[in-house]
Design a protein around this ligand. Structure first.
Ligand code: GLC
Length: 743
């Protein structure tokens, strides 16, 4: 090992910024004031997979600020050896102990839906409609990751997408901005711990969250990853920016710029959205991190002549930390000396990075301090993962066969997932392990007598068909392998993987009860499956407790808690078809299903609408009742608004939980507004035969939107609230927003 001559380190006594009693801004000023130009530039330089044996010189000469550990540009698809905690610690030791000012490094890792304890994919967490549950999962993920030296995770993904062809829809939090926003905010609080105020530091078991990918990535043309995006600012503000604003308002410490352009301006060079909106309008004082080589990609996007030009544009636009392109490290100092980049711009970015490091208490805690244990999932973590999986499952058809209570006879568990581990974890699993997964076959064996369970693993469909005949009920575990889900994993169709529908068709043809469980990272074309199976359960990729959670639900120990966070279109030809539909000049009368929609060759309407999902009981709704027919403009709190109540009765035989949803619509606005915009929901548990009155506070602010001049406004005039179990079955109440006190 080359013994790097140690630079004259500034003595600790001469480092006033280390005084933890000072406020963070003062500490930033003190440190910024002694940085040389090269040291400032280095604070904006993030590299991949920093290695103390290779990069010692770079670290010891203050040449780098941060490192992310990833197998490469699409880390969610390629497993690496796992986080090398010893390497991280040694890198940190060199930085703190040998570099001139001892500035600690920041280590990043994609901890997307768990670190070692893997929870359902984000789309599955969104299906729970339970932000507290999502927050709890991210809390466990942060504790495990922080114990391994991670200071920054690149989650939550707040992209809104109506594009099942786009592989990253698996990482999204659904199509409705309010659901995605509340989920994103909850995940931020889980990762960062709470409460965290702007001047405070995070706890030792917390990591910085990163709201990504700012913004519009979910609209990639054709659902093709990295493709261009055509969208106006009004739709950006009224849909796509909202969950990011919720994440920022929740104190998210970093935001990641997205790969896409917006109407020709790549996001890594988009000064209006990064500086004017995110940092200006919203007052975001955290760090904007580039997405992998996003700065360098400005060249291939044809807006930068070379890497030097890319660096100039990106720093000007507001990208603070350059992930892996090396553009800042190579060119920023010279750009500043040439007068092409103002030192104030550079200082602002450096200030943000230093502020982040102080907020993470890296100067006090440069090394992992959170309890590590043996590194394996804890019992508490497993229990939470099981609860999250149960809560994420969406029952989309049940003709009464579920739950399998009493003596269901001989059960045939079939399909490629029966013995699975790894494939049930889903995409973006870097430190999770397939061996940690409790498989469906294991969970069913734990529960059933040996002669009661038949298992066919999908290799021989003829064997499986034969078992259907001899069993009393078949549970077919179908769906997509996570290798076709996630980044750069886009599809041109959304059917089940090749061959699966044929097997299901043959199974159904035997005439025995058939349950189909669909593991998936995206909406799939389930119409044919729904026609043939007696019950269909959408199970996403549910994480390490896949098997036990599935058994809990199928045998009725728990009811499936999920509701669809994204529309499942009839087919790929119907994309986009989501609940975000805005009114047209010639509205479709959906009540006449024979003619609804604009296609001559098929209906548009899908049964699998946003918010849909069945439980094991049935609920009936009374009409929604408003406490007043007018709502005062300016009302933005429960006290000032009105109340809309609805009675919900459990008319089934089992206790159950209903997700009562409230949507809003502005009937006459400055721009076209969605026919349905989710504004609130309540998950209520109701005993059989009992009735609950569910109340929603409705304030004028719920109807607010950005108008054609990008100004936020709430209009006087007619509005509607729609209350019901999903986006298709709500009951409407017409109200009016009025000046004055209202009532
Ligand atoms: C990837 C992804 C981003 C991820 C980053 C680091 O390309 O776009 O979501 O956090 O690179 O792995």
């Amino acid at each position: 090992m080359v013994d790097v001559p140690t630079r004259p380190q500034v003595a600790v006594a001469d480092r006033p910024w280390l005084e933890a009693g000072l406020d963070i801004e003062s500490r930033v000023d003190l440190l910024l004031g002694v940085l040389t130009l090269p040291e400032k530039v280095a604070q904006l330089h993030q590299v991949a997979n920093l290695d103390p044996t290779v990069d010692r010189e770079l670290i010891a000469t203050s040449g780098v600020s941060s490192a992310l550990y990833a197998s490469g540009a699409t880390a969610g698809n390629v497993r690496d050896r796992g986080l090398m905690v010893a390497a991280i610690t040694e890198c940190q030791r060199i930085a703190v102990g040998e570099s001139r000012l001892g500035i600690p490094l920041l280590f990043g890792r994609d901890v997307i839906h768990g670190h070692r304890t893997i929870f359902p994919i984000p789309l599955g967490l969104a299906a729970t409609f339970d932000p507290d549950l999502a927050r709890a999962c991210c809390r466990v993920a942060a504790m495990e990751a922080a114990a391994d030296g991670v200071g920054l995770t690149f989650a939550p993904m707040a992209d809104i997408s109506e594009e099942p062809r786009w592989g990253r829809v698996a990482e999204s939090l659904g199509e409705q901005p309010v659901l995605a926003g509340r989920m994103a905010a909850a995940m931020v609080r889980g990762f960062q711990g709470e409460p965290r105020t702007s001047g405070s530091t995070v706890a030792a078991d917390a990591v910085a969250a990163c709201a990504k990918h700012f913004v519009g990535y979910g609209m990639s043309t054709g659902g093709r990853d990295y493709d261009t995006v055509q969208v106006g600012e009004n739709t950006l503000r009224n849909v796509h920016l909202r969950p990011f604003k919720d994440a920022v308002d929740a104190g998210c410490l970093t935001v990641m710029a997205s790969f896409n352009d917006i109407d020709g301006v790549p996001m890594h060079a988009h000064g209006h959205l990064l500086r004017d909106v995110l940092k200006g309008e919203w007052g975001f004082d955290g760090v904007v991190v580039a997405d992998w080589n996003g700065v360098g990609q400005l060249v291939s996007q044809g807006v930068a002549a070379d890497l030097r030009d890319a660096a100039r544009q990106a720093i000007a636009a507001g990208v603070d930390l350059d992930m892996t392109s090396g553009a800042y490290a190579a060119h920023l100092a010279e750009l500043v000396e040439a007068g092409e980049v103002a030192i104030d711009l550079l200082d602002d970015a450096v200030r943000r990075v230093l502020r982040l490091k102080f907020r993470l208490a890296l100067f006090e805690r440069p090394y992992p301090e959170a309890a590590r244990g043996d590194g394996r999932p804890s019992d508490e973590g497993r229990a939470l993962a099981r609860r999250a999986a149960v809560g994420s499952f969406v029952l989309v058809k049940n003709d009464g066969i579920l739950p399998l209570t009493g003596d269901p006879g001989r059960i045939h568990l079939a399909g490629p997932f029966v013995h699975e581990g790894d494939a049930l974890l889903g995409t973006w699993v870097l430190d999770g392990k397939g061996d940690d997964v409790a498989s469906p076959a294991w969970a069913f064996r734990e529960r059933l007598a040996r002669d009661q369970l038949l298992v066919s693993d999908g290799r021989f469909s003829d064997v499986a068909i034969g078992m259907v005949r001899t069993a009393d009920v078949t549970i077919a575990l179908m769906g997509e392998h996570p290798s076709r889900s996630g980044e750069d994993r886009c599809l041109s169709t959304i059917e089940l993987p090749a061959g699966q529908l044929d097997v299901i068709r043959q199974m159904a043809g035997i005439g025995k009860p058939l349950v189909v469980v669909v593991f998936t990272g995206r909406p799939l074309e389930l119409g044919p499956v729904m026609d043939m199976a007696d019950a269909v359960l959408v199970a996403w990729h549910p994480g390490i407790e896949a098997g036990p959670a599935l058994a809990d639900v199928l045998f009725g120990d728990a009811e499936p808690g999920g509701r669809l966070p994204i529309t499942f279109p009839r087919s790929v030809g119907h994309i986009p078809s989501s609940s975000l539909q805005r009114p047209t000049g010639r509205p479709i009368q959906r009540d006449d299903d024979r003619t609804s929609g604009r296609y001559l060759d098929s209906l548009v309407y899908t049964d699998l609408v946003f918010g849909f999902g069945l439980g094991y009981t049935t609920f009936s709704y009374g009409p929604p009742v408003a406490s007043a027919m007018t709502i005062p403009l300016g009302s933005s709190s429960r006290r000032q608004g009105i109340t809309v109540t609805v009675t919900v009765t459990n008319i089934g035989r089992r206790r159950g939980t209903e997700t009562v949803q409230l949507y809003v619509r502005d009937l006459a606005a400055d721009v076209t507004r969605p026919l349905l915009e989710l504004a609130a929901w309540r998950r209520v548990e109701i005993a059989s035969g009992r009735t609950r009155t569910v109340s929603f506070s409705v304030e004028a602010e719920m109807f607010g939107y950005y108008d054609r001049r990008m100004r936020w406004r709430v209009d006087p005039g007619d509005v509607e609230v729609i209350v019901g179990p999903d986006a298709a079955r709500g009951q409407r109440v017409r109200l009016a927003l009025i000046e004055g006190a209202g009532r």
